[in-house]
Design a protein around this ligand. Structure first.
Ligand code: SF4
Length: 461
């Protein structure tokens, strides 16, 4: 089965799963309430969004310079910067570091970039246990799943689902409360932090002018993951660069308000290098792996490159009617929802993933909520055009579209058939593309122009 067929089959199934839908509806409704409070703190959020978009546009125009500035500044403090053109190179770097440090345990804070390169599997393939320390990530790891959402990895699970999972895996009481389960995980992780040789984080922002790595989180687990282990590895997409530290004053609240509705995320850390003399914690060695993995393909496309300005707040996922219906796993990608539907074809190939750009109603809600004003629907449309130009769409669709083009491009051709015959002619589409659960609209007996001419003659207008 092709990835597109798998996607359609999985979508059809999950769309009618009422338990899934109710869980998502409940969790997104809580998000919506929090975000509306978060937005209310802004006098004019549009100005903040425009400023953020302008800064990110400047980054796109001077991307190489800012990245090199970052490398120079952070290297000067003893950090080793490694450039990885793809997942394979990043994985090789990580393996080498793990082997050199005889690593048996790695603690990792939440990072979609590490998901992209399947870091857990890599570590485990060479005998190093990899433990997720973000609570949501810990839950999906225990369940043997991947993150469901880029910000809230366990969004698809209710507290009852998690209590049942923990009961099965850890024998905790089946009626455990969220507080009790959190306390249980806290105790488990405390030991892991102190035992791990390696701590891994992602990066929310790479700061060029100071050579710093900014990580924002709500649980303090990234701080713990970097305080005890002797090695800290940062894995960051090259698009995470911003020019100046002072710009965090704009990006921190924007990310928090759009991601979770908070005024600001609880812990905001800027890592600038390994532990210095007389410092009580922090790693002895720090690496930053700068990952391309297809990002320069996005950059090379003038219509799609603004998608690289994404700050991964997750707002477009929560706003998307398609995401809310089919959920995160159906996409079968690291990045799901509207932004994932744009990026994945560039990161993993149009051949296998261009169908995702068609999984949108183009309602525009994603554009409305995006804090950096990415024209998501325009890019989805340009991706669709590319898929057609590359002959990646089903042959039947091409045939039907050509037929539609022929019929609708000339008024006299369109009006040639009476309404009933047009309705009859579109009947097969119900089963082929429209779906049996919806009915095709019926055509009026006479076309608009015919009715207009008739009316005009009758009324003598
Ligand atoms: S595209 Fe915009 S709304 Fe979606 S995750 Fe990125 S920054 Fe947030």
């Amino acid at each position: 089965m092709s990835t597109s067929q798998k996607f359609h089959t999985a979508s059809e199934k999950i769309a009618f799963d009422t338990k899934h839908r109710n869980t998502i509806k409940f969790n997104i409704s809580k998000y919506d309430v929090a975000v509306s409070k978060g937005m209310a703190r802004y006098k004019n959020v549009e100005i903040a969004k425009e400023n953020a978009a302008a800064i990110k546009a400047d980054v796109m125009n001077n991307w190489d310079n800012y990245l090199l500035e970052f490398e120079e500044k952070i290297s000067a403090r003893g950090v080793e910067v490694l450039w990885a053109k793809d997942e394979h190179e990043a994985t090789e770097y990580i393996k080498k570091i793990l082997v050199e440090n005889d690593a048996k345990l790695l603690v990792k804070s939440k990072s979609m970039t590490t998901e992209e390169i399947e870091l857990n599997q890599t570590a485990e393939s060479i005998g190093c246990e990899s433990v997720e320390t973000d609570l949501g990530e810990f839950i999906v790891q225990v369940a043997g799943e991947k993150p469901y959402h880029i910000v809230t990895p366990a969004m698809h699970k209710s507290k009852g689902d998690i209590a049942k999972l923990f009961n099965e895996k850890f024998n905790t009481p089946i009626d455990s409360t969220p507080e009790e389960m959190t306390e249980y995980v806290r105790q488990v992780l405390r030991k892991k932090y102190t035992q791990a040789e390696i701590g891994v984080t992602g990066a929310n922002f790479l700061i060029a002018d100071i050579g710093g790595v900014s990580v924002t989180e709500n649980e303090g687990n990234a701080l713990m993951s970097t305080a005890f282990p002797k090695v800290h590895i940062v894995i960051a997409g090259i698009e995470k660069i911003i020019p100046k530290m002072s710009q965090l004053g704009l990006f921190y609240p924007l990310l928090a308000a759009h991601g979770t509705g908070q005024q600001i995320t609880a812990y905001n850390t800027i890592f600038t290098g390994p532990r210095k003399e007389n410092e009580v914690d922090g790693p002895e060695k720090m690496y930053v792996i700068l990952l391309d993995n297809g990002r320069t393909n996005v950059y090379a496309d003038s219509e799609a490159c603004s998608a690289l300005t994404c700050i991964r707040c997750g707002a477009c996922l929560n706003a998307c009617p398609v995401y809310k219906t089919i959920g995160g796993y159906t996409y079968d990608t690291t990045y799901s929802g509207p932004i994932g539907s744009i990026l994945t074809p560039f990161l993993r190939g149009f051949k296998d993933f261009s169908h995702l750009s068609f999984a949108s109603s183009l309602c525009g809600k994603c554009v409305e909520v995006c804090p950096v004003k990415i024209p998501i629907t325009d890019i989805l449309l340009s991706n669709r055009r590319k898929a057609v130009e590359q002959n990646l769409r089903p042959k039947m669709e091409k045939l039907l579209m050509n037929g539609f083009k022929f019929i609708s491009s000339e008024r006299k051709v369109f009006d040639f058939l009476p309404g009933q015959m047009k309705t009859f002619g579109t009947f097969p589409l119900n089963f082929m593309v429209w779906g049996p659960k919806r009915s095709m609209p019926t055509f009026a007996k006479k076309s608009f122009s015919e009715q207009y001419i008739q009316n005009k003659n009758n009324k003598h207008i």
